[in-house]
Write a protein that binds this ligand. Structure first.
Ligand SMILES: NC(=O)c1ccc[n+]([C@@H]2O[C@H](COP(=O)([O-])OP(=O)(O)OC[C@H]3O[C@@H](n4cnc5c(N)ncnc54)[C@H](OP(=O)(O)O)[C@@H]3O)[C@@H](O)[C@H]2O)c1
Length: 311
C-alpha cells in the first residue's frame, strides 16, 4: 500500500510517500481502508522527535492517528464491526498511523462514522473532539450554566470546545485573532475576545474553567480570570501547582485517549446537527509535508485533512 512514513526524525523532508506493507490485525482489531486522515499538531511533533523516547515508536513509522474509512476486515473478536462499516477513530498513538491506505485499529477505539458527515469532516473529529471533551468535562468539571474561556478557539481543539460547551448549555467566552472572530461567533461563542485588540486578562472575569491550548505566557496570564474554586485545564503543559494553590483555584493537565464509546456519543451529536467540523484545508496524502507546514504555522482555522481515497 501507499503510505507516508518517516525513517528518522526531523523536518518535513523526512516524510516519505512510499510503499509499505498492509498491517496485520489482531483478533480485537479492524483493518480500516482509509478514506481520510486528520492532521494534528502531535503528528509533526512526533516527526520532529519530541516524543522519540516516550511513545514506544519504532521506525519506519506511519504518522497520523485520526482516521475515517471503511472496515476492510474485522478480527474474530472485533465486536460490533464488519467489513463495509463506515467508521472513524482516534487510533493508538504508539503504533503505525493513518497516513496510509490501510490502518489496523482496536475495535473499541472505533465508532460508526456520523451518517451526515463526509469522510473528510469525520477524520477531523476524533482527536480534537475527544481532547476538548476530556479537558472541559472530565478534568475541568464544567457544568451546564457555567462559564468557560476557550483559548485558540479557531483551532482544531478550540472549535470543538466552543461547540461542545454550547451543546451542554455553558456560557462560552472565546479568544481568537481578528480574522477568526466571525467564524468563532458562528460556532456559538457568546462572547469573542479578539486578542489582537483586547487583553483577555483585563476584560474577562470569574470564569469557572479556562481551556488552555497554548501554554506559556497565555497559561500564566489565565489564572487571573478564574473565580475562586475555578479550574485551569491545559492540553499543552501541566499547570504550576504553586500558582494554583496561591489563588485557591485548580490547575490540571488533560491528555486525550482513544475512546470509541465517546466517539459514538459525539457522532450522535453530529448527526443531531449540534457539532460540525471546521475544515481548514484538504490535501492529497502525498502532500503531507504541506499539511504539516500549515499545522505548524499555528494559523489553521479548524482541521487540516489528508485525502487518501475518494468514495
Ligand atoms: N494533551 C492532549 O491530549 C492534546 C490533544 C490535542 C491537542 N493538544 C495540543 O493542544 C494544542 C492545540 O491543538 P489544536 O489541534 O487545536 O491546534 P491548532 O488547530 O493548530 O490550533 C491553531 C489555533 O491556535 C490559535 N493560536 C495560535 N497562536 C495563538 C496565539 N499566540 N494566541 C492565541 N491563539 C493562537 C490560532 O487561532 P488564531 O489564528 O485565531 O489565533 C489557531 O486557530 C497543540 O499544542 C496540541 O499539541 C494536546
Amino acid at each position: 500500500m501507499k503510505a507516508v512514513r518517516i525513517h528518522g526524525y526531523g523536518g518535513p523532508e523526512v516524510l516519505r510517500y512510499e510503499d509499505a506493507p498492509v498491517p496485520a490485525i489482531a483478533p480485537d482489531e479492524v483493518l480500516v481502508e482509509v478514506r481520510c486522515a486528520g492532521v494534528n499538531p502531535i503528528d509533526w511533533q512526533v516527526r520532529e522527535g519530541r516524543f522519540k523516547d516516550g511513545l514506544g515508536h519504532r521506525l519506519p513509522l506511519i504518522l497520523g492517528w485520526d482516521v475515517a474509512g471503511v472496515v476492510a476486515e474485522a478480527g474474530s473478536a472485533a465486536n460490533g464491526f464488519a467489513p463495509g462499516d463506515r467508521v472513524y477513530a482516534r487510533a493508538e498513538i504508539g503504533r503505525d498511523g493513518a497516513y496510509a491506505e490501510y490502518i489496523a485499529v482496536k475495535a473499541h477505539d472505533c465508532a460508526r462514522k456520523p451518517e451526515r458527515m463526509a469522510f473528510a469532516a469525520a477524520a477531523g473529529v476524533p482527536l480534537a473532539a475527544l481532547a476538548a471533551w476530556k479537558a472541559l468535562f472530565d478534568e475541568g468539571g464544567l457544568k451546564s450554566g457555567q462559564t468557560v474561556l476557550v483559548h485558540g478557539a479557531a483551532g482544531g481543539v478550540g472549535s470543538f470546545a466552543v461547540q461542545l460547551a454550547k451543546a451542554f448549555h455553558c456560557v462560552v467566552v472565546a479568544a481568537t485573532s481578528t480574522a477568526n472572530v466571525e467564524m468563532v461567533k458562528a460556532l456559538g461563542a457568546d462572547r469573542v475576545v479578539d486578542y489582537g485588540h483586547q487583553d483577555f486578562a483585563a476584560t474577562v472575569r470569574d470564569v469557572d474553567v479556562v481551556l488552555d491550548t497554548l501554554g506559556g505566557e497565555m497559561q500564566a496570564r489565565s489564572w487571573a480570570v478564574l473565580r475562586e474554586g475555578g479550574t485551569l485545564v491545559s492540553l499543552v503543559s501541566p499547570p504550576d501547582p504553586q500558582a494554583a494553590a496561591g489563588r485557591r483555584v485548580a490547575g490540571r493537565y488533560a491528555q486525550a485517549a482513544p475512546d470509541g464509546a465517546r466517539l459514538h456519543l459525539i457522532g450522535g451529536m453530529i448527526d443531531a446537527g449540534r457539532l460540525r467540523t471546521v475544515i481548514d484545508t484538504v490535501l492529497p496524502l502525498a502532500q503531507a509535508a504541506a499539511a504539516h507546514g500549515r499545522s505548524a504555522s499555528g494559523r489553521a482555522r479548524g482541521k487540516i485533512i489528508l485525502a487518501v481515497k475518494n468514495d
